[in-house]
Design a binder for this molecule. Structure first.
Ligand code: 13P
Length: 287
C-alpha cells in the first residue's frame, strides 16, 4: 500500500540520511526502481511530473500501475507516489486520483500568492492523509536550450511557507535540474544553513540531484536535506545502455528485437543508478 512521505522523511531527518525521489516514465522505470528499493530494504519516493503523468495517459493510470506492482511484486518497503512540481490544478487531480504525496510548486508566484495557494492545498492534502511539499526560490535548469542558474531562496520566505503546515520544503540553493554546466558555482551551504536554522525539524528537499558530487550531497544531508530528487541521471544511464545494445547489433541477433530483451539493459542501468544513489544518500536498510 502506498504511504505518505511524511513519516519516512521525518525519520530520515532524525537519522541524518536522505530518501531518494526517482522520477518514473513508464512501466520499466517503475519496476526497476521498486525492485531496487526492495532489494536494498530502502524507503523510496516515486516522482511523477505533469509531463510524465500525461505521457502515461493520466494520473489514474499511474496509480493503477503502481498499486498493482506493489501487490504483484510483494513490495514491503515504504513507497510514496508523489506529484513532482505540480501546478495548483494538478495537485487536486492527484489528490483525487490516489497519489499519496504531492508537491505544489508555487515558486513562480509572488510570495503572498504562493502562501495562499499552499495553505489551501495543505488542508486538501491532509484531509486525505496525503503529504505535501512546497517550494520557495525557483530551481533553475535547461529550458529551450538556455541553462538558468538556480536561485537561492530567501530564508524568511522559507520560514513563512514552512509554518503553513507543509510536510517538507524544497528551497533553491543554487541547484538546477539536468546536467550542471562547467561553470556551476556549487550549492550554497550558507543559504541551506540559514534555512535550516529557521525551519528547524522540517525535512528539506534537494532537487536536481543529477551530477551533484558526493561530498556536496553529504554536506547537504548534514544540514537538514532529507529528500533528494533524481531524474536525468536515470534517463542518461538508460539511454547509454540502450545505445550500447543497439550499436552492438544485438537487436538484430535472434529475437533481440523483443522489447523485453531490448529494454532489459536500460532497466538494469536504472537499477544500478538507483542503487548507487541510495547508498550515497544512506537510505539502504532504513525501510
Ligand atoms: P535532475 O533531473 O537534475 O536529477 O532533477 C530531478 C528533480 O529535481 C525532479 O524534481
Amino acid at each position: 500500500m502506498l504511504v505518505s512521505a511524511k513519516e519516512m522523511l521525518d525519520k530520515a531527518k532524525a537519522g541524518h540520511y536522505a530518501v531518494g525521489q526517482f522520477n518514473i516514465n513508464n512501466l520499466e522505470w517503475t519496476k526497476a526502481i521498486l525492485q531496487t528499493a526492495q532489494e536494498l530494504n530502502s524507503p523510496v519516493i516515486l516522482g511523477v511530473s505533469e509531463g510524465a503523468g500525461k505521457y502515461m495517459t493520466g494520473y489514474k493510470t499511474v496509480v493503477g500501475m503502481v498499486n498493482g506492482m506493489l501487490e504483484e511484486m510483494n513490495i514491503t518497503v515504504p513507497v510514496a507516489l508523489h506529484l513532482d512540481h505540480g501546478s495548483y490544478e494538478a495537485c487536486y487531480k492527484c489528490i483525487e486520483a490516489g497519489f499519496s504525496s504531492i508537491m505544489f510548486d508555487g515558486s513562480h508566484y509572488p510570495i503572498a500568492e504562493n502562501v495562499e495557494k499552499t495553505k489551501e492545498l495543505v488542508a486538501a492534502a491532509h484531509e486525505k492523509g496525503i503529504s505535501i511539499e512546497a517550494e520557495v526560490g525557483s530551481i533553475g535548469g535547461e529550458e529551450d536550450g538556455v541553462v538558468g542558474m538556480g536561485e537561492c531562496a530567501d530564508p524568511q520566505e522559507c520560514k513563512m511557507i514552512a509554518d503553513l503546515g507543509i510536510d517538507f520544503l524544497a528551497a533553491g540553493i543554487g541547484n538546477i535540474h539536468g546536467k550542471y554546466p562547467a561553470n556551476w558555482q556549487g550549492l550554497s551551504f550558507e543559504t541551506l544553513d540559514a534555512i535550516q536554522q529557521l525551519t528547524g525539524e522540517m525535512p528539506l528537499v534537494l532537487h536536481g540531484g543529477t551530477g551533484i558530487p558526493e561530498d556536496m550531497i553529504k554536506k547537504a544531508i548534514s544540514l537538514g536535506v532529507s529528500k533528494i530528487n533524481v531524474n536525468t541521471e536515470c534517463q542518461l544511464s538508460f539511454a547509454a545502455a540502450t545505445r550500447e545494445y543497439i550499436e552492438a547489433g544485438k537487436d538484430q541477433a535472434g529475437k533481440g528485437f523483443d522489447p523485453r530483451k531490448l529494454l532489459a539493459p536500460g532497466a538494469q542501468a536504472i537499477k544500478d543508478t538507483v542503487k548507487a544513489k541510495m547508498e550515497m544518500f544512506g537510505s539502504v536498510g532504513k525501510a
